[in-house]
Design a protein around this ligand. Sequence first.
Ligand code: RB5
Length: 145
Amino acid sequence: MKIAIGSDHAAYALKEHVKFYLESKGIKVLDKGTYSEESVDYPIFAKKVADDVVKEKVDYGILLCGTGLGMSISANKVRGAYAALCLYPTMAKYARHHNNANILVMAGRLMGPTLAEETVDVFLSTPFEGGRHTRRIDEIKEMEN
Ligand code: RB5
């Protein structure tokens, strides 16, 4: 499995933690920045990660900012990106089961490292359920045209 990860300054520390956590599990991680706690603009990193996801350079994306809101709004502007803000594992479970999200968004100012690890684990291990949810995803895709 390969993951593209990105954050702004507000979630840099949690991004680094999640990156090393994934690598410790043998998952390949493309770190798209940011690379320090110097203030940056989150849409730049949302686009880098979302582009890698829609071009299928990676299996999934992970984005983090202070609240997760800016990253969610930004990444969802990229056609084919389905970014879901998940503040705890149950949200991650349904983001995959029902919404077939391809980008997990987390909040560096609201989540601790253990909660982030558990949320990532659930997101990466939960399949899309299909069925009636496919119709709803297709209705979202129609809005992109
Ligand atoms: C940065 O101060 C903060 O606005 C950003 O990390 C994020 O929370 C935006 O949605």
